[in-house]
Each structure stands twice: as C-alpha cells, then as structure tokens.
Design a protein around this ligand. Structure first.
Ligand code: AMP
Length: 281
C-alpha cells in the first residue's frame, strides 16, 4: 500500500493507474476509521482495480465552536485498517498541502445546504463541497464511495458532481450499525458509558416512525412528532431536529407518498450525532 502526502504525487499516481487501464475507486474520509468507513473501502476494492482512501480532517467544514482540534486522529491504526480492507493508496495530506493559503474559492450547493445539518452548522457544507471538489480534481475520473450515514452530504456531493461535470460516479453505500443499532461514527468514541447506552435512541426513533408508516401513518407531522417524542423520552438526549423529507431535495414532506427519508440529530452531552433511514409506502 502506497502512502502519499503530496497532492501532485497523488494526481500522478492515479493518472498513471488510469493510463494503465485501471479503474479507480476513491473513498474520502476524515480518518479514525471504523466499520462504516471500511465497508466503503471494501466495496471500492471489490468494484475497482485500485481503491484510494483519503484521510484528511478538513478544517473548512468545522465551525469555530466545533471539534476540529479535538477530532479523533489515529493515523497508524488507520493505515493498518485501510490496508486490511483492500486500499492500495492512502492519501494523508497535511493541512498546508491542501490549503497552502486560506482559500478564496468556496463551492456552495444552493438549496440543499441551508436546512437540517446546514441550519445547525452554518458553512459546514461549503467546507465539505470545497474539499470534495479538490479531491475529485486530484483524483480525476473515478467512482467515489460515500456513506448514506451522511445522507444530506451524499445529496450535496451528488448535486455538486453533476453541476460541475466532475468525471466521477458517486456511489452510495448503506449505513453500518453497531449490533444495538447505533450507527458507527468516529464521534461515538466521545460518548461516556451512559450516553453510549442511550444513543441508540436515534435508531429507535427512526425505526418507530418507520413502523408507524408501515402501519398506515402517512402524515409528516405525526411521523416527526413520534421521532421527537422517542428522543425526548431519554433525558440524556437533546433533540436538534427530526424530519421527514424528500430523499433527493430534502424538502420536508407534509405526507409520505412513495420514497422518503427520516433524518434525526441530537446531542448527548457535548457530542452531536446524526442518523437517518429510508422509508417508502
Ligand atoms: P467521515 O470520516 O465521517 O467524513 O466519513 C467518511 C465517509 O464514511 C462518508 O462518506 C460517510 O458517510 C461514511 N460513513 C461514516 N460512517 C458510516 C457508517 N456508519 N456507515 C456507512 N458509511 C459511513
């Protein structure tokens, strides 16, 4: 496995692989790899000839009061996990390689980014879209693997790739969960033992609303109320939002007819977690 920390070296390596007829799979991450990330790496390795993982904690997507400095970093463990999952290239640039100077250019995906996560984290998706655009430009034509865990991010990246004509096929991968239902996340390691126990409430809220829908409840307001009530039943959880949205536009639905996405976010102490689930009727 090749470990690269310079952008021009990554570009040359991937250009050479493509020139040799190899299909490239890109897996952008912020590291602190867990089973969710590794499912993406394994899928990229199985569907492509070369799986390239990027590990970069992107300062642009963290707000001033967020956890950029404290975000978990464990590069030695990450390299072993990436290699064990089939990665052939890992790109681990230092911050000044990606941003030698504060960038004056920002990628903004209008309409999808002001709501849900964007409302709670102003500027977050501009940071995400900007770093993903840079990584797509460095990687060139490839398939890029993203997790449904970050459903809104997936829609933002898809829209950006289409709008800016990146030669990239965005591939969505299902959410990987712990046995008790908690979605794997690098931030789970911030949770204290009591918080970890109650954090399953997010999945319970989503599942409860999905069951209500299966039982005939179509009203968006009622499905939202059910999720909010489930989260409120756990004193250690503070709800940020519970929404029922169109899966692609993320517009809130008055009533579910066809496909919808349930999305929740809540704080457990100082740790903010998100989760979502696809439903249809
Ligand atoms: P992150 O390191 O949090 O930026 O995540 C990197 C990629 O891994 C993103 O495409 C995430 O959506 C994906 N990912 C994170 N957690 C999970 C999970 N539990 N299941 C599937 N994909 C995930």
């Amino acid at each position: 496995m090749l470990v690269i920390d310079r952008a021009d070296a990554l570009r040359k390596q991937l250009d050479a692989a493509r020139a040799g007829g190899l299909r490239l799979g890109l897996v952008p991450t912020m590291g602190s790899l867990h089973e969710g990330h590794l499912s993406l790496v394994r899928r990229a390795a199985s569907e492509c000839d070369v799986a390239a993982v990027t590990i970069f904690v992107n300062p642009l997507q963290f707000g001033p009061s967020e956890d950029f400095a404290a975000y978990p970093r464990d590069i030695d463990a990450d390299l072993g996990l990436a290699e064990g999952s089939g990665a052939e290239v890992v790109f681990v640039p230092p911050v000044d390689e990606m941003y030698p100077d504060a960038p004056r250019t920002s990628v903004h995906v209008a309409g999808l980014t002001e709501i849900l996560e964007g409302a709670s984290r102003p500027g977050h998706f501009d940071g995400v879209a900007t770093i993903v655009a840079k990584l797509f430009n460095l990687a060139g034509a490839c398939r890029a693997y993203f997790g449904e865990k970050d459903w809104q991010q997936l829609q933002v990246v898809r829209q950006m790739a289409a709008d800016l004509s990146f030669p990239v096929e965005v591939v969505a991968c299902p959410i990987v969960r712990e046995p008790d239902g908690l979605a794997c996340s690098s931030r789970n390691r911030y949770l204290g033992p009591a918080e970890r126990t109650v954090a399953t409430v997010l999945h319970r809220a989503l599942s409860g609303s999905a069951s209500a829908l299966a039982g005939g409840e179509r009203r968006g307001a009622e499905l939202r109320r059910l999720m909010a009530a489930t989260v409120a039943s756990e004193p250690l959880a503070a709800l940020d939002y519970a929404e029922v949205c169109d899966p692609a536009t993320l517009r809130p639905l008055e009533a579910v007819e066809g496909d919808a996405r349930l999305l929740v976010a809540a704080r457990f102490g100082s740790t903010r977690l998100i989760d979502n689930m696809g439903v249809s009727c």
